[in-house]
Design a protein. Structure first.
Length: 162
């Protein structure tokens, strides 16, 4: 049955671009531009994931804000791991599931483990894909704010298909 579920990952393949907003009780709200790329690997139920964001300044210039690299891999018939390392040194493993309804798909992931960032308690990522539109959110809890707060909210369009 695993091979039927690989199609879930295949739906994400491509490059997605758009804009988002970062906020949290400890930071100023920031708008950013993002490029998110999912690449497949032959004969493996795995995707390579690269996300880069650039802060949008008031003078219309940009500067690298965040960069992460990792993998989404299928671990059994219904569950997936999303591992990533980030340019701030954090390493993260999240576990989740995808729900597919026609051309729409939603993925929900939550923290299994963090490394190299003692501030982090929990993170929850949600991906909502409808055709060539991908919206996502990231909520997190930290030692400074122990309940989940929205941190990222992005809206992307697929610009390069497989």
């Amino acid at each position: 049955m695993i091979h039927e579920k690989v199609d879930v990952l295949q739906r994400l393949i491509g490059t997605w671009e758009g804009y988002g907003q970062a906020e949290y009780p400890t930071i100023a709200t920031t708008r950013y531009r993002e490029v998110l790329t999912f690449r497949s690997h032959t004969d493996k139920p795995i995707l390579q994931v690269e996300q880069k964001t650039w802060r949008l300044h008031t003078d219309l210039s940009e500067s690298l804000l965040h960069w992460e690299f990792g993998f989404i891999r299928q671990i059994d018939e219904d569950r997936y791991d999303w591992t990533n390392t980030q340019n701030n040194g954090r390493v993260e493993v999240m576990r989740g599931r995808f729900l597919v309804e026609g051309q729409s798909m939603m993925g929900d992931f939550s923290t299994e483990t963090f490394a190299n960032d003692p501030r982090m308690i929990q993170a929850v990522r949600r991906l909502v894909m409808d055709g060539d539109q991908l919206n996502y959110s990231l909520s997190m809890a930290t030692t400074a704010h122990s309940s989940l707060h929205i941190h990222l909210d992005g809206k992307l369009k697929r610009t390069i298909s497989p």
